[in-house]
Design a binder for this molecule. Structure first.
Ligand SMILES: NC(=O)c1ccc[n+]([C@@H]2O[C@H](COP(=O)([O-])OP(=O)(O)OC[C@H]3O[C@@H](n4cnc5c(N)ncnc54)[C@H](O)[C@@H]3O)[C@@H](O)[C@H]2O)c1
Length: 374
């Protein structure tokens, strides 16, 4: 669970700092954002209920600063949907992180819900279609961590392509010689093709980073209108195959949908050039990770960086996890796995919580919602 202690309250948390009498710091923030303060004044004893289902279960300082006078905020810290029974039915706003799935079983029981806020970008863990059927808008928080996810994809790419991961891992395991030969061959990055799947917020940020390194950036995104290739000075691939066949590095930045589920699998990864690299910071199930250890072991992929997996945490008997743990496995040194952390930095995490609380606030006050995804 993410705790407020990991934030830096001295500099960031709204609970600290000077409060103007009669308005409060939250009021100041609201006024700065042009949000009416009237709703707070009319809050009654019978406050609307905001329920945070999962992931965050600390003192709820950021949420209470924004919603405290207007609503009662409760965090359940659930890890399974069944744990929500009897605890969410009266919620006026439901906040969902990524540690739980919200299916029709929960949605059917909501009696007063005006909004479901996916505190994050991807909304594949909420049955958005059924929520729409029930007239409940689902909104996400799309922009709190776009740069951090792109920075993580870049970090994974550089660590793999420059041999940093390989040399560090081999040396620590006692391998020699103590020279560059541990990672050879390493190829120059400038001029190499960086293939981006999904040119949205994060994909675009990654494209800019690739350009800064002098890479030849290509993207595949069938839903992007014409012109982004020109405005960004990158190239467009018309098909996934066209992108994969030319990419030295593939970085995945599309959402998980029925169309993208296992889009990168044994057949499509085979299309990538021998010795290329695969990075996924989007959603685990976009890649069939069960084939990756074998692709790396036979040198078809020179390295893999994953921030996300189909199941988080993964089962220990998963073939990739076994290879990643086993120093004797030929893929061992060439795989980086992170615990779905690409979004994370202190500032961004606080911003996500605040923006989530503001989304609840808008729904409670009957104001127009932003970032509706269903
Ligand atoms: N690892 C993390 O911590 C973390 C944090 C935030 C977001 N994410 C994930 O990153 C991904 C991108 O987020 P974003 O904010 O850039 O989203 P976005 O909606 O701005 O961009 C997604 C892009 O993917 C494109 N796309 C949709 N279907 C596609 C397909 N079949 N093939 C190729 N492209 C397709 C869309 O047209 C869009 O341009 C999402 O999967 C999100 O869940 C991960």
């Amino acid at each position: 669970m993410m705790g407020a202690s990991c934030l830096r309250p001295d500099t960031l948390c709204l609970c600290r700092g000077p409060i103007v009498p009669g308005v409060g710091l939250a009021g100041q923030v609201l006024q700065e954002l042009g949000v009416s303060f009237l709703g707070v004044a009319t809050a009654t004893m019978d406050k609307p209920l905001v329920v945070i289902t999962d992931f965050v279960d600390d003192d709820l300082c950021p949420e209470k600063e924004i919603l405290g006078q207007l609503a009662e905020v409760v965090a359940l810290g659930a890890t399974r949907e069944e744990q929500l029974v009897g605890r969410v039915e009266k919620a006026v706003a439901l906040v969902v992180y990524h540690a739980i799935h919200i299916t029709r079983q929960t949605l059917e029981r909501l009696e007063a819900c005006r909004v479901i806020v996916r505190a994050g970008v991807g909304f594949d863990n909420v049955d958005c279609a059924f929520a729409r059927e029930r007239g409940i808008p689902v909104v996400n928080v799309p922009d709190y961590g776009s740069e951090e996810v792109a920075d993580t994809a870049l970090a994974m790419m550089l660590a793999l392509v420059r041999g940093v991961q390989l040399m560090n891992s081999r040396l620590r395991g006692g391998e020699r010689p103590w020279t560059y030969q541990l990672a050879a061959p390493v190829w120059r990055i400038r001029g190499r093709v960086l293939g981006i799947i999904g040119l949205g917020r994060i994909g675009t940020a990654m494209a800019l980073r690739g350009k800064a390194l002098g890479m030849d950036v290509v993207f595949y995104d069938p839903y992007k209108p014409d012109g982004y290739d020109k405005s960004l000075g990158i190239r467009r691939a018309e098909t996934l195959e066209e992108l994969l066949r030319q990419s030295f590095v593939v970085s995945v930045h599309c959402p998980l949908t029925e169309e993208t589920r296992q889009m990168l699998n044994g057949r499509t990864i085979e299309m990538m050039p021998r010795g290329s690299f695969l990075i996924n910071t989007a959603r685990g199930a976009i890649v069939d990770t069960s084939v990756l250890a074998e692709f790396v072991a036979r040198g078809h992929l020179a390295g893999v960086g994953l921030d996300v997996l189909e199941l988080e945490p993964p089962p220990e008997d998963h073939p990739l996890i076994r290879a990643w743990r086993d120093p004797e496995h030929p893929a061992h040194h060439r795989v980086i796995i992170n615990p779905h952390a690409a979004f994370y930095c202190e500032e961004g995490f606080l911003e996500m919580r605040q923006k989530t609380a503001f989304a609840c606030r808008r729904a409670i006050l009957g104001q127009p919602l932003r970032n509706i995804v269903n």
